[in-house]
Design a protein around this ligand. Structure first.
Ligand code: BG6
Length: 297
């Protein structure tokens, strides 16, 4: 039997403030020495992570903030399928939890410069109707010099489960035309801009020249994002074999009401994921954890 998660936040530890954010949605503000983050319970979405007052994550100025709607930016949590549902187009894109209502499990102040928030989500009649397995998610967000996000999936059903997942990280950049992403050299990818055609990156860093939607497979490598005049950002990971790089470019971005207004050059997604053949299988009672670590160097 699970204990009821707390909804009384009046005794939150120092550094945590829980209250209404945009759209009246519940938001947890975490402030530690040198860093600050905001996490919405809607989708367990980390919407902001600033180091020294400078944003590391991108969040759209025109994002919706509505219960049941995905937030455009930050780090949406994707589970148990990535992208469109494989067989049922009536199911939501990117799974069942990125716009669901998560619960606060714990808030812990670890040190003057470190704090940790844990959110949980349990399968329900609604999720069982869409995906017929019982599961529990435990998502731990550690805020400090690095932002660490660990998604633990526990199989609470009687049979093996298979799933895809992603921590769909939107990074803040100055200009997408000027960035380079190192770490994916010689990796195979599915090019979703070309019907999923399989290709392989050469020995060079990735530079974006147009709409980009690539699922790199079989890679556990960290990615280092660099841009002239800005500090590098390192995205490292554990328990993940796919890395997705996405920018919709001008035409698609301007057609998205929650990304319009010329913001698209200021973001790139470098997503810690398990997608395509990197499916995760978990036995009854067992768990799998995937972790993304974002660090401004
Ligand atoms: C990326 C996918 O992860 O997310 C893209 O690879 C998709 O295909 C993008 O367009 C954004 O998805 P959404 O559902 O948030 O618009």
């Amino acid at each position: 039997m699970q204990s009821e998660p707390s909804t009384d936040f009046s005794h939150a530890p120092e550094g945590f403030t829980v209250g209404p954010g945009y759209g009246g949605l519940t938001r947890v503000l975490v402030t530690v020495e040198g860093a600050e983050a905001e996490i919405y319970l809607n989708g367990a979405t980390v919407t902001r992570y600033d180091v020294g007052g400078q944003p590391v994550l991108f969040c759209s100025k025109t994002s919706k903030y509505e219960a049941g709607k995905a937030i455009r930016g930050g780090v949406p949590v994707i589970f148990p399928w990535f992208g469109p549902h494989p067989t049922d187009s009536s199911q939501p894109q990117h799974g069942l939890v990125r716009a669901a209502d998560w619960r606060v499990d714990s808030m812990r102040r670890l040190a003057p410069d470190a704090a940790e928030l844990t959110l949980t989500f349990e399968s329900s009649e609604a999720t069982l109707a869409a995906w017929p397995f019982d599961f529990g998610l435990r998502y731990t967000v550690s805020v400090g010099k690095r932002l660490e996000m660990a998604l633990k999936v526990t199989n609470r059903s009687m049979s093996e489960i298979e799933f895809h997942e992603a921590l769909h990280t939107y990074l803040a950049i100055g200009d997408v035309h000027k960035i380079a992403i190192a770490g994916l050299e010689n990796c195979e990818y599915a090019d979703k801009v070309d019907g999923g055609a399989r290709r392989r990156l050469g020995a060079e860093s990735l530079r974006l020249k147009g709409e980009t939607d690539r699922v790199f497979v079989n890679t556990s490598a960290a990615c280092r994002l660099s841009e002239p005049g800005r500090p590098d950002v390192l995205v490292s990971k554990e328990g993940s074999l796919s890395t997705v790089v996405w920018n919709p470019w001008e035409t698609k971005a301007e057609a998205m009401s929650d990304l319009a207004g010329g913001q698209w050059p200021e973001m790139v997604c470098v997503e810690t994921a398990n997608a395509l053949e990197n499916v995760i299988a978990v036995s009854p009672g067992a768990s799998h954890t995937m972790k993304a670590i974002i660090e401004r160097l």
